[in-house]
Design a protein around this ligand. Structure first.
Ligand code: ADP
Ligand code: ZN
Ligand code: ZN
Length: 817
C-alpha cells in the first residue's frame, strides 16, 4: 500500500497538493503538522498536512516530501475546519488563510547553500580569479551561503559565478531549510558548586583579594542567592553589584560562575497581584443576568449598551465565569489603539492570564503567543487581539467577545482572505460549541437585523455608569456662521467659547476630523493646476509638518513647491482640511494649552498609540485632534467636550454604508465626552444641520436610524437584506480592464440578470498605476449563496481561460465593506 498526504501550501492554489510518504512517516504524521515540500521546478515550501490517505493523485505523480518539521501538530483540527470555512465562504484558498494565520516565524525559509563537490577532480588553473576565491574558501569551510559569497567576493550579484562553478563541477548547490523563529534566551549565572561551601567560598575570596571588583561581584552573588535561593540574571547581577559585564565574564571564564541560558517569552506581564473585579451596579447586574439567560437558548447575543454604560465590566464577569470552568476566552477588538487601554484594564483583574496578539507584534512574539494558546497555557487563558486572533490554535474556547462589533475594520480588505472577523468568530465559536457576545453602543445594521430575525439574542443597557447623562449634542450651521463672519478658520464662535469654558474648568477636549494631513487638495489660483499623484488618480494631500505632498493611496511623496509647477504663480491655495490644519489652528487659538494630534502619521512604531493615550490620560494634553482612531471605545475620564469639525464629508462619501457609518462614528466619538461624573457636551459643525443622520445622532435615536437605513437598503437591495459580492478587475492597461470588465459583467448578467451592477470605475480609478473596475453581484434573500458562488467561480474560470484576460487580476470580495 502507498501512503500520501494532502498538503496546504501558503500560495493561492485551488486545491491542496498531494505528496508521497513512507509507511513510517504515515504513522508519525498527523494533520496540522508542518512538512517542507518541493514545489515547481526548484522551490521548497513549508506546508501543512491536511489529510493522510492512500489515494494517489490522478493527474500527476506525487513527489516525496522533503522533511517533517514538527513533532506534534502546530494547527488543530478545529482550526483546519475553520480555515476551510473561511476559504469557502470568502472565495479564496486555504493556503491564503494559512498564510494569514501562521506567524512568519513558522513559515520556514529556504536558503541556497553551496558545498564543495568532493567527487570531481579540479584543476584550479582552469578557474578564473573570482571562482578561485570561492574554491579556496570552500577548502576551509564546509558550506557557504549566498550572503557569505557576497562578502567574500564583495559583490552583489554572485549568481553568474555560482553558475560557472556549477558548470565546471566545482560546487554543489542545495536548498536548505531553516527556522526563522529564534527563542529569546536570557543569561543566568550561579556560583560553581565548588564554592558554595563555606570553606570553598573563603578560599575563593582569599584568591580574589587582589581583584577587589571581582570579589565584590562574588559577595553580591552570594548574598543575593542566599536571599532568593534562585539563579540570578546576569543583567540583575551587573546592576546590583555595579559591575560591568566583562568582570562577570572573567569570573565565568575562571570557572567561578557557571553560565546558562533560559528560554523566556518576549512579552511578559510582571505587574501586581490581581485586583478583584468591580461590583456591578443594578443595571449592569440585570444585563449580565439577561445575557446568561439569553445564552441558554442562543449561541449569539448582542449587548446593545450606550457608550460608557460599563459594558467592559460586564465582559469581565463573563470572563471570570469562563475561567472558573477552565475555558479559554477570546476578546476581539477592532483596533490596536484600543488594546493599549484594555490590556491594562484586563491585566489588573486577570494578571498574567492575558495574552495579547496583534499586527504590531514581531513575528517572534506572535510565535510565542501561538505556542501558549496551543498549549492552553496559564498565560493564554484570555486572548485579547485584533482580527487575526480568530485564527489562533485555541484548545478549549468557551466564549468569544466581539467588542465594538459594528466596526468595519473587522473586515480584512487586502490581501485574501477578505474575511470579517466578527462573522469568522461566530463560526469559530460554533465549532467549539461556545458562545459569542457581540457588544456595541451602535450595532451594525447586520447584527441588529439578525436580532430582529431572531437569529441573535438581544440585551439592552440604556443607563450610563453613575447615571451620567448622555452628552448634550448641539448642531452648528457653518454656512450661517460664515455668512455672519463668526468663523475663525475652521472653528465656529460656539466651538471656541465651549473649548475655552472646558479648558477653564481643567477638562480636556477632543476634536475629530476624519482626514489626516493639512489639506487634501492644493490648487493654483492662477491656472487651476492641482498636483496629482503620478501613480494614482487622486490629488496629493499637503502635509505641512514635513512640507510634503503625499498620496494616501500609494505613499508617493514629493516636496511642496512654493510656486505652481504649471504656471509658476506663487498663489497656491489649499482646499479642504485635515487633522494637521486643525491642530495648527487650535495651537494658535489656544496658545496656553497643550495641543496634540493622533492619526496614522503620529502613531507609527510599536508604542505610537500608547504614548499619546497615556499622555491624554495623565492630562499632559489639553486638546487632542484626531481621526476615527480616537472614536473607538477609548475611555478617558476627564474629556468633557468633543468637537466634530465637519460632519459633511463623511455623510457625502459615495458608499451605501456612508450614512450608517457616519452615525456610528459621530455617536462613538460623542461617547468619549463626559464619561465619569459630569455631563459632556458635543458640538457638530455642518453645512447641513437638518440631515436626518445628524438629527438622529443628536437625539441618540439608534432605532430611528436603523429603521430609516433599513428602508433604504430594502428599496435599493443592499445588505443586510441582500448579500453582496464585489468583483474587482485590476490591470495597468485601461483598455484591458474595460474590455475584461464588460465581458465579465455580461457573463454575470446571463446568470443573475438585474442583480448585477456595473462595471463601474470607483472614485479613485487608478491606484499604484493599476486601473480598477468594480462589478457588484447582489444576492436576494432566498437565493442560495453556495450556488451563487459556484456560478461566479465558473465564470471566473472561463474568464481566465481567455488568453487576453489572463493578466487581469480578479479580486473577489464577499460581503464587501
Ligand atoms: P463602555 O464599555 O460601555 O463604554 P466602560 O466599561 O468603559 O463602558 O465603563 C465606563 C467607565 O465606568 C469606566 O471608566 C469604568 O471603569 C467605569 N465603570 C463601569 N462599571 C463600573 C462599576 N461597576 N464600578 C466602578 N466603575 C465602573
Ligand atoms: Zn498655476
Ligand atoms: Zn498614489
Amino acid at each position: 500500500m502507498s501512503y500520501f498526504i494532502n498538503v496546504i501550501l501558503p500560495i493561492p492554489l485551488e486545491k491542496s497538493f498531494t505528496y508521497a510518504i513512507t509507511m513510517a512517516e504515515a504513522e508519525f504524521l498527523k494533520p496540522g503538522m508542518r512538512v517542507s515540500v518541493p514545489f515547481g521546478k526548484s522551490k521548497i515550501y513549508t506546508g501543512l498536512v491536511e489529510t493522510i490517505h492512500n489515494n494517489a493523485p490522478q493527474v500527476y505523480e506525487a513527489k516525496q516530501i522533503h522533511q517533517i518539521l514538527d513533532e506534534e501538530p502546530l494547527v488543530t483540527k478545529i482550526q483546519l475546519k475553520h480555515w476551510n470555512w473561511i476559504a469557502n465562504y470568502y472565495l479564496c484558498s486555504t493556503g491564503e488563510v494559512m498564510r494569514a494565520a501562521l506567524p512568519n516565524g513558522f513559515i520556514l525559509e529556504s536558503e541556497t547553500v553551496i558545498t564543495k563537490n568532493t567527487e570531481a577532480q579540479i584543476n584550479d588553473l582552469e578557474l578564473e580569479d573570482d571562482e578561485f576565491v570561492v574554491f579556496e574558501a570552500l577548502q576551509h569551510q564546509s558550506s557557504l551561503k549566498i550572503q557569505d559569497l557576497m562578502s567574500i567576493l564583495d559583490k552583489k550579484n554572485v549568481l553568474p559565478i555560482i553558475k560557472r562553478l556549477l558548470q565546471k563541477e566545482v560546487i554543489n548547490v542545495q536548498e536548505e531549510i531553516y527556522e526563522k523563529y529564534k527563542p529569546k534566551l536570557v543569561r543566568y549565572v550561579k556560583l560553581s558548586p565548588r564554592f558554595t561551601s563555606e570553606k570553598g567560598l573563603h578560599e575563593l575570596l582569599d584568591d580574589l583579594s587582589r581583584a577587589p571588583k571581582q570579589r565584590d561581584v562574588v559577595m553580591t552573588m552570594f548574598s543575593v542567592s542566599a536571599r532568593t535561593k534562585k539563579p540570578i540574571k546576569v543583567s540583575d547581577l551587573s546592576s546590583e553589584s555595579d559591575a560591568s559585564s566583562s568582570i562577570i565574564k572573567t569570573l565565568i571564564d575562571k570557572g567561578v560562575f557557571e553560565e546558562y541560558h533560559i528560554q523566556i517569552d518576549r512579552v511578559q506581564y510582571d505587574g501586581d497581584e490581581n485586583e478583584a473585579s468591580k461590583h456591578l451596579n443594578e443595571h449592569q447586574e440585570k444585563a449580565l443576568a439577561e445575557i446568561s439567560e439569553s445564552f441558554k437558548n442562543e449561541n449569539i447575543t448582542l449587548l446593545h449598551g450606550v457608550t460608557s454604560s460599563g459594558k467592559t465590566e460586564i465582559y469581565v464577569k463573563l470572563i471570570e465565569a469562563q475561567l472558573a470552568q477552565g475555558k479559554q476566552v477570546l476578546y476581539l477588538l477592532p483596533e490596536i489603539a484600543l488594546t493599549t487601554q484594555l490590556v491594562d484594564r484586563l491585566q489588573t483583574y486577570f494578571g498574567q492570564k492575558v495574552a495579547v496578539f496583534h499586527s504590531k507584534y514581531s513575528s517572534n512574539e506572535r510565535v510565542e503567543v501561538w505556542n501558549n494558546v496551543l498549549a492552553n497555557a496559564e498565560n493564554a487563558q484570555i486572548v485579547l487581539g485584533a482580527r487575526s486572533s480568530v485564527l489562533l490554535p485555541f484548545q478549549n474556547l468557551g466564549l468569544i467577545i466581539v467588542d465594538e462589533e459594528h466596526e468595519t475594520s473587522y473586515k480584512q480588505f487586502d490581501p485574501a482572505p477578505r474575511y470579517h472577523a466578527r462573522d469568522a468568530a461566530i463560526v469559530l465559536a460554533a465549532l467549539f460549541k461556545a458562545k459569542t457576545l457581540l457588544g456595541s453602543a451602535t450595532p451594525s445594521l447586520e447584527s441588529y437585523f439578525n436580532v430582529q430575525q431572531q437569529k441573535y439574542g438581544l440585551v439592552e443597557l440604556n443607563h450610563r455608569f453613575n447615571e451620567v447623562l448622555m452628552p448634550d449634542i448641539e448642531l452648528i450651521d457653518i454656512k450661517d456662521k460664515q455668512k455672519r463672519k463668526q468663523m475663525k478658520g475652521h472653528f465656529s464662535d460656539r466651538l471656541i467659547t465651549e473649548i475655552e469654558d472646558t479648558l477653564k474648568e481643567q477638562h480636556q477636549v477632543i476634536l475629530f476630523q476624519n482626514r489626516r494631513g493639512f489639506s487634501p487638495i492644493v490648487e493654483c489660483n492662477t491656472c487651476g493646476h492641482s498636483p496629482q499623484c503620478p501613480n494614482c488618480d487622486v490629488s496629493l494631500t499637503f502635509h505641512q509638518y514635513k512640507n510634503q505632498l503625499r498620496c494616501h493611496y500609494c505613499g508617493y511623496n514629493t516636496i511642496m513647491h512654493k510656486s505652481c509647477e504649471a504656471c509658476g504663480s506663487p498663489e497656491i491655495d489649499s482646499k479642504g482640511f485635515g487633522t494637521e490644519q486643525i491642530e495648527q489652528e487650535a495651537k494658535v487659538l489656544f496658545p496656553d494649552h497643550k495641543v496634540a494630534r493622533m492619526d496614522l502619521d503620529t502613531t507609527r512604531g510599536k508604542y505610537g498609540y500608547e504614548k499619546i493615550i497615556t499622555a491624554l490620560e495623565q492630562q499632559e494634553i489639553d486638546i487632542l485632534v484626531g481621526t476615527q482612531m480616537l472614536t473607538k471605545g477609548l475611555d478617558f475620564r476627564n474629556v468633557k467636550l468633543v468637537g466634530i469639525m465637519n460632519a459633511d464629508n463623511m455623510l457625502n462619501f459615495p458608499d451605501f454604508r456612508a450614512h450608517e457609518r457616519s452615525y456610528h462614528l459621530m455617536a462613538q466619538v460623542s461617547g468619549r465626552a463626559g464619561r465619569t461624573k459630569e455631563r459632556g457636551k458635543v458640538l457638530i459643525q455642518t453645512y447641513n444641520p437638518y440631515h436626518r443622520i445628524l438629527q438622529q445622532v443628536s437625539t441618540n435615536d439608534f432605532k430611528q436610524m436603523y429603521e430609516e437605513q433599513m428602508e433604504d437598503r430594502r428599496i435599493y437591495k443592499y445588505p443586510p437584506i441582500f448579500r453582496m459580492i464585489k468583483i474587482t478587475l485590476k490591470h495597468k492597461d485601461y483598455q484591458k480592464v474595460n474590455v475584461g470588465a464588460d465581458w465579465y459583467a455580461r457573463s454575470l448578467r446571463t446568470v443573475f440578470g438585474e442583480h448585477v451592477l456595473g462595471p463601474e470605475f470607483p472614485p479613485v480609478a487608478r491606484i499604484r498605476n493599476q486601473y480598477l473596475k468594480h462589478i457588484l453581484v447582489k444576492i436576494p434573500p432566498k437565493q442560495s449563496l453556495g450556488k451563487t458562488k459556484e456560478a461566479i467561480s465558473k465564470i471566473n474560470i472561463s474568464f481566465l481561460s481567455v488568453k487576453d484576460f489572463r493578466p487581469i487580476r480578479i479580486i473577489l470580495n464577499v460581503d464587501n465593506y
